[in-house]
Design a protein around this ligand. Structure first.
Ligand code: S3P
Length: 448
């Protein structure tokens, strides 16, 4: 984050072929969950490959404030958990900075305890809707005091005994599903969550790994019901966090749009609930080879070989949205260099991410000469192969609205545009992808 230094703009310029072998930082979703479950489980959890971004560190601090011992050692992170049901009341508000995941999941994890927990965050997080998590927690008996519209700051107090619930998630959200399951860890009996559309399943996988009694049933229509028995014992684990596919997306799209590029991104998480962008880019004609597909710690992992490709526009299947929800900004950049139109529908959730990503992307594209149309929940981008005329010769800056993925997406755009692309701030990139600029310049990208 900014560490009080103020915004740091950056400019990306047309680059020669990108080449090299890289590894991106650990998966953000898995990193948060590893610290939460490690902090809760009895005994020692060891974590290698943890994303050491500002968002994840905020979760580590929150778990420490509730009694977990967490420290970085030479060979990774070591967590000594409190034991399930034994979190301590934090003495001060828990500050989650920019992180929706940390905040919403810990609301579930700690909100059901019979003590007060106050949640705060930065200007972006304070605008994001929390009712989606607070409503099911209320049904479990949690009292909530929150700012207007169920926004942060919010103070939660659980009952003496939380009520286990059966909850049908009204929107496709892994955060909501996870918050209810984590709350269920401290409720006697079975908490069940039904999700009509499958979202990332790292919470279910990891809960099982830590020894929770959990079952998943999928009906013929693909509706999943997860049942968790509360108040069981969780035991510390060893977790090796694979590279984040949502971070790999940036060098990946950069290599596709910069002529002559040929790169390898190693050790990328390939959980099928996370690979929507790769499938969509392949539909667009992208040359992405999946190498060394393997399993690591209960998750699929592979290396990706990516070469510059002539892309063509596609209509992205709307049911694919949950598996690529964080990748639409950078997909829009790929679309800006594709032949024809790319249509993206079902994007209403993009309006409540770290920024209103739909309008932030559309504004940035227009500022840089891309023909696009934004509607309530859709975006159409008409590309220009070769990037002729794209970019902003007068140096006008894309507004990033405290959103790391908006900053990285537009820096990728500048690498293949005729004119430079400038973003107003890069400090937020550290929330999810510390070392982004260095990794990209190491491949040959011109970013300064
Ligand atoms: C996440 C779920 C998604 C995603 C976010 C991480 C998670 O959010 O956008 O970056 O780790 O569970 P929603 O559940 O709000 O869709």
């Amino acid at each position: 984050m900014s560490q009080g230094l103020g915004p740091r703009p950056a400019t990306a310029r047309k680059s020669a072929d990108l080449r090299g072998i890289v590894r991106v930082p650990g998966d953000k979703s898995i990193s948060h969950r590893a610290l939460m479950l490690g902090g809760l489980a009895a005994g020692e959890t060891r974590i290698t490959g943890l994303l050491e971004g500002a968002d994840v560190i905020a979760t580590a601090k929150a778990m420490q404030a509730m009694g977990a011992r967490i420290r970085k050692e030479a060979d990774g992170w070591r967590v000594d958990g409190t034991g399930n049901g034994a979190l301590l009341a934090p003495e001060a508000p828990l500050d989650f900075g920019n992180a929706g995941i940390g905040c919403r999941l810990v609301m579930g994890l700690a909100g059901v305890y019979d003590f007060e927990t106050t949640f705060i965050g930065d200007a972006s997080l304070a605008k994001r809707p929390m009712a989606r998590v607070l409503d099911p927690l209320r049904a479990m008996g949690v009292q909530v005091k929150a700012a207007v519209g169920d926004r942060l700051p919010a103070t939660l107090r659980g009952p003496k005994t939380p009520t286990p619930i059966s909850y049908r998630v009204p929107l496709a959200s892994a955060q909501v599903k996870s918050a209810v399951l984590l709350a269920g860890l401290n409720a006697p009996g079975i908490t069940s969550v039904t999700e009509p559309v499958m979202t990332r399943d790292h919470t279910e996988r990891m809960l099982r790994g830590f020894g929770a009694a959990l079952s998943v049933e999928t009906d013929v229509e693909g509706v999943r019901t997860i049942r968790l028995e509360g108040r069981g014992r969780l035991a510390g684990q060893s977790i090796d966090v694979p590279g984040d596919p949502s971070s790999a997306a940036f060098p990946l799209v950069a290599a596709l749009i910069v002529p002559g590029s040929d790169i390898i991104i190693e050790n990328v998480l390939m959980n099928p609930a996370r690979t929507g962008l790769i499938l969509t880019l392949q539909d667009m004609g992208a040359d992405i080879e999946v190498l060394n597909a393997r399993s690591s710690g209960g998750e699929d992992v592979a290396d990706l070989k990516v070469r510059h490709s002539e892309l063509k526009g596609v209509k992205v299947p709307v049911e694919r949205a949950p598996s690529m929800i964080d990748e639409y900004p950078v997909l829009a950049i790929a679309a800006a260099f594709a032949e024809g139109a790319t249509t993206m529908n079902g994007l209403e959730e993009l309006r409540v991410k770290e920024s209103d990503r739909l309008s932030a992307v559309a504004e940035g594209l227009k500022l840089n000469g891309v023909d696009c149309e934004e509607a309530k929940s859709s975006l159409v981008v008409r590309g220009r192969p070769g990037g002729k005329g794209l970019g902003n010769a007068s140096g006008e800056r894309v507004e990033t609205h405290l959103d790391h993925r908006i900053a990285m997406s537009f820096l990728v755009m500048g690498l293949a545009s005729e004119h430079p692309v400038t973003v107003d701030d890069t400090t937020m990139i550290a929330t999810s992808f510390p070392g982004f600029t260095e990794l990209m310049t190491g491949l040959g990208a011109r970013i300064e």
